[in-house]
Ligand binder design. Structure first.
Ligand SMILES: Nc1ncnc2c1ncn2[C@@H]1O[C@H](COP(=O)(O)OP(=O)(O)OP(=O)(O)O)[C@@H](O)[C@H]1O
Ligand SMILES: [Mg+2]
Length: 245
């Protein structure tokens, strides 16, 4: 049984088919990359799996349960957590308080939530920022905070939406390291990213979306040399640069 499975999922917004008959799986322990041009429908797939949208057609299964009609808190409780493309911390709250919100999913007492949030902040390298007001973090800090908020819900599967966008090379490498360490702790990961070098290094498998449809699914090197994927998204220059890699 796969951890997450999209089965022939279609999402229609009026006249626009944002997701068109998409099927793919994420297995336990995998890091899967989700790539495709702007507007391809990647974030929509995250909103569908996390209960913020319900598909027009098709089914989504998570950890043995059909989840496409469930509400977001129920899906989060089942072990699926997501980050947001537009980072949106509760700006006037501290970094610790932001993470405590996630921790309250499993902790009743404030002191327990606080302890768990502190552990997660340690984990993502933000412990020294605990008492800082969230909106004053750098972009790299806010991206880490997004990951921390999601990790505090103790997910089995983490959906990361462009957590490396806008980061410099060093910050990107640190985020890659963090994602690998999260997986080493037993959390599976589905990650949307436009930074091709980063996603190719990070992922066990890559799924490619174009105009709402899946046009590729395979290991990174196979996807990078697939003519349809190159034509739709990667471009000849990417293939040329990485052909011998
Ligand atoms: N709630 C909505 N109502 C109407 N249209 C929507 C809605 N959400 C997304 N769309 C449209 O669906 C399409 C897919 O959007 P989506 O945000 O999933 O793309 P994306 O692949 O994440 O793009 P990007 O790489 O730019 O983040 C776009 O045309 C978008 O305008
Ligand atoms: Mg998006």
């Amino acid at each position: 049984m796969s951890l997450l499975e999209y089965k022939n999922v279609t999402m229609q917004f009026g006249g626009l088919r944002a997701t068109d008959d998409v099927s793919f799986k994420v297995e336990t322990g995998e890091i899967v990359g989700l790539i495709g041009p702007n507007g391809a429908g990647k974030t929509t797939l995250f909103a569908l799996a996390s209960g913020f949208l319900h598909p027009t057609k098709g089914e989504i299964w998570f950890d043995g349960r059909r989840v496409d009609r469930l509400a977001p808190p129920d899906i989060c409780e089942a072990g699926l957590a997501r980050t947001y493309q537009i980072v949106r911390p509760f700006g006037e709250m501290t970094v610790l308080e932001n993470v405590m919100i996630g921790a309250f999913l499993h902790c009743r007492a404030r002191s327990d939530a606080e302890e768990m949030a502190a552990q997660v902040l340690e984990r993502v390298g933000l412990a020294s920022r605990s008492s800082q007001i969230a909106r004053t973090l750098t972009l790299a800090g806010r991206k880490r905070l997004e990951v921390a908020k999601a990790l505090a819900t103790k997910p089995k599967l983490l959906l990361l939406d462009e957590v490396m966008a806008g980061l410099n090379t060093v910050e990107t490498d640190q985020m890659l390291e963090l994602i690998h360490s999260v997986r080493a702790d037993g959390v599976s990961v589905l990650v949307i990213e436009h930074n091709m070098q980063a996603i190719m290094r990070l992922s066990d498998r890559i799924v490619v979306i174009h105009h709402g449809q899946k046009i590729g699914d395979g290991d990174p090197s196979a996807v990078a040399s697939d003519p349809d994927v190159v034509a739709a998204y990667l471009g000849e220059s990417y293939q040329g640069k990485h052909a011998n890699a």
